[in-house]
Design a protein around this ligand. Sequence first.
Ligand code: HEM
Length: 195
Amino acid sequence: MANWVTTCLVLVSAYIVAALLETASLLQFTGHLQGQRLCEYYGFAACACLALVVGARAWPRLGQWRRGLGLAAFGFAVAHTLLAYEHVFGGRLEGIEFLPDTERWATWVGLAALLLLVPLALTSSNFWVRRLGRRRWGRLHRLVFPAALLAVGHALWLGASGVGGQLLVVALAVAALVARLRPTVPLPGERHAEH
Ligand code: HEM
């Protein structure tokens, strides 16, 4: 299947998941609490997409879905950040300063993860693969690893949903790591896998 088709399919699926998560949060909560829960759900969705991007190497057939998954991770992370801004920081950047020390630092770590994802999202196209060349593009896209690591640190450190949320993040991280370390057999005719 062409790359643009798989990317569109993943992005449409991510949009549906986002709508379902919003509905679930609206059914249970109201006001700022609903915004905070939705913010957390989108944070977990971003982590899940990042885990799939990192672990995809174990399943060569997943390779063609990685671009969509990476863009979906970025979309969820941006939506998560906007919701945090509105419902956790009260719609003001200074709101960060009112957080307890540990939460403030954990928030900066989350911001660093998001910033690392920006160049990856901007260069997730065939145009940029051609422009940079496969090697350089692949090297740039290895930034997904520090980004994922920072995202995991951020989520565990904040631990807003308690132990359940932390266990979910650890499970995603371990699954991605195990998949990543698994030896892979390239598909017939497949070129060297990037990042
Ligand atoms: C790749 C980027 C990011 C990912 C994957 C991510 C992921 C997560 C996850 C999974 C949680 C839920 C933790 C839990 O409930 O146990 C969380 C919480 C939170 N994140 Fe992020 N995050 C990212 C970036 C950011 C950024 C840039 C900000 C703000 C500038 C931010 C602010 C917050 C806040 C305030 C919470 C706590 C929400 C609450 O109290 O309900 N995150 N994040």
